[in-house]
Design a protein around this ligand. Structure first.
Ligand code: AMP
Length: 396
């Protein structure tokens, strides 16, 4: 795996695919600069070695050129985060970009306009990718959030940099973290899968059954399993067309020696509302008209024991409807257990969509070993797929 350490960037122009798809408010001010901060170590390393940097990214989903998606809105924030001046090319290809790139001196940074102002970007157009490629000497991919897309700037461009392409620090960290959980793990390994649906996680479950010792099932997907096992789930969320699949998963897990832990109790509510009446009930005895919306105390005790005994932990999906305060306890408790286990030396990876949101919301981010920056990309890696953006750098 080639990283920044395999190159000397002195007097070289690095063209870096970053993920600066940051949220903006109605005045086009950046409301969360995490993604810019995340790219800083890569940029700093290249600059400190005497190189210069050309940054390329998408922002939003523009249909053609749309002012509101211009990357000029994030220029000031990028300068603030990097602590240096940043030049801006009003078009990501064409004369101005070529000239600005050609005149870039060591230590300078150039930001290109939104790549998605061209439909060629998402189509993976080769001629467009070549025009981008001509701007730099070495290609660096540091955008995990788009690594599962075969777009011009994330994948196709790499073919023009034989022997001159590598992963940035952020992308390398993502790959190492997932490797450490799936292929290089210290046992026991525990995966916690929550969230709303079995159907969206099925490929992940199937792929990781070969890699884990314990699988904790929580959140809304619990009830498809419980119903399949003959339990009474009241109004709880359930995918009736996945009942057989649930039984199949339990069978496969048993064959592979994986211990699956389903909840034993839940916090049930009489409505899908923060103000609903609640009671703790046996997970197989949810009364008619009630629905399970969070983990119960006995289930949490079991989860705590497993997490504290684990050496490697993967967390994907919340244990309850954490967006409502009344049903956030399970997810917060789990965060605390993982934080404690991590402090005791376990490696913990949080990835894929809503668990990352929950971890950030409840302040657990610094207490986890690694929190992934790419929702869809992380899910695809957990499914065992090779992402095109990663393959394009590995196949050199
Ligand atoms: P996912 O995107 O599949 O990871 O699902 C995340 C969503 O699952 C969150 O918005 C949670 O509110 C929701 N969720 C978690 N537990 C439950 C539950 N018991 N019933 C309904 N939705 C749930």
């Amino acid at each position: 795996m080639k990283t920044l350490n395999d190159f000397n960037f002195n007097n070289k122009k690095a063209i870096i695919r970053v993920d600066f798809n940051v949220p903006l408010d109605e005045n086009f001010k950046v409301t969360d600069n995490t993604r810019i901060e995340a790219a800083k170590p890569t940029i700093d390393k290249i600059i400190n070695e005497g190189g210069s940097v050309i940054l390329m990214s998408h922002l939003g989903r523009p249909k053609g050129v749309e002012e509101k998606y211009s990357l000029k809105h994030i220029l000031a924030e990028t300068e603030k985060v990097l602590g240096r001046n940043v030049k801006f090319a009003k078009d990501c290809i064409g004369n101005e970009a070529v000239e600005l790139a050609a005149n870039l001196k060591a230590g300078e940074v150039l930001l290109l306009e939104n790549l998605r102002f061209y439909t060629e970007e998402e189509k993976g157009d080769v001629a467009f990718a070549q025009k981008l490629a001509n701007l730099g000497d070495i290609y660096v991919n540091d955008a995990f959030g788009t690594a599962h897309r075969a777009h011009a700037s994330t994948t196709i461009i790499a073919q023009f940099f034989s022997g001159k392409k590598c992963f940035g620090n952020l992308l390398a960290k993502e790959i190492e973290s997932i490797e450490r959980v799936l292929n290089n793990s210290e046992k026991p390994v525990t995966a916690i899968l929550g969230g709303s649906k079995v159907s969206s996680k099925i490929t992940v479950i199937e792929n990781i059954l070969d890699k884990v010792n314990h699988m904790i099932i929580g959140g809304g997907m619990t009830f498809t399993f419980i119903k399949a096992l003959g339990g009474k789930i009241g109004n709880s969320i359930c995918e009736d067309d996945k009942l057989e699949l649930a039984i199949e998963i339990l069978k496969k897990a048993k064959e592979k020696g994986v211990q699956i832990h389903l909840p034993v109790d839940v916090v049930a509510a009489d409505a899908f509302s923060n103000d609903a009446n609640t009671q703790v009930v046996d997970v197989k005895q949810i009364p008619d008209g009630w629905q399970g919306l969070d983990s119960g105390p006995k289930s949490l005790e079991i989860i705590k024991r497993i997490i504290l005994d684990s050496k490697t932990i993967l967390w994907n999906g919340p244990l309850g409807v954490f967006e409502m305060e009344s049903f956030a306890n399970g997810t917060i408790s789990l965060g605390n257990y993982i934080a404690e286990s991590t402090q005791n030396g376990a490696f913990s990876l949080v990835g894929g969509g809503d668990s990352v949101a929950a971890v950030k919301q409840f302040g657990f981010e610094p207490k986890m070993s690694y929190v992934s920056t790419g929702g869809g990309a992380m899910l695809e890696m957990l499914e065992g797929k090779t992402l095109p953006g990663i393959a394009a750098i590995l196949n050199d």
